[in-house]
Design a protein around this ligand. Sequence first.
Ligand code: ZNH
Length: 141
Amino acid sequence: VLTAEDKANVKSAWDHIKGHEEAFGAEALCRMFDSEPVTKTYFGGKDISEESSYLHSHGKKVMCALTNAVAHIDNIEACLDKLSDTHAHELMVDPTNFPRLGHNILLVIGIHMPQLLTCAMHCSLDKFLCQVAEVLTSKYR
Ligand code: ZNH
């Protein structure tokens, strides 16, 4: 459960991340595909190479969904409801892949904004990303 302090941390982190959604999202995806090749199987037929416009536009979509979740951090479930349906019923992404993406998002934030990622911030962002993953996988059965 996100505490009031976690929420404040995540919001303040996102003040810095906002505007970098495309670059951060694309890099996080790219790192996930390289380090966990099984995740590439969901993108068959798409050009997911580092410089591809698809990778950049998908990275932006993913990170902007997080920006939106941060804006509605008291009601993440409602805010991601449609996306939760999509992931459970259409995309059927194995839930084990969500921590893999979350890990790489955290990593990219740490690489580009090392001073931002204090231990407390790391912990709050990790909790936030887990919460998002929980919502996106909540409709699987
Ligand atoms: Zn996902 C899609 C978000 C995870 C896979 N996604 C998507 C979208 C979004 C997202 C926003 C778009 C939708 C529409 O358009 O309607 N994701 C997200 C998030 C997360 C995720 C936020 C967490 C954090 N995903 C994920 C994973 C995976 C995935 C882990 C695997 C690996 N997705 C996916 C796919 C898709 C998506 C495959 C589809 C794409 C296309 O079609 O292009």
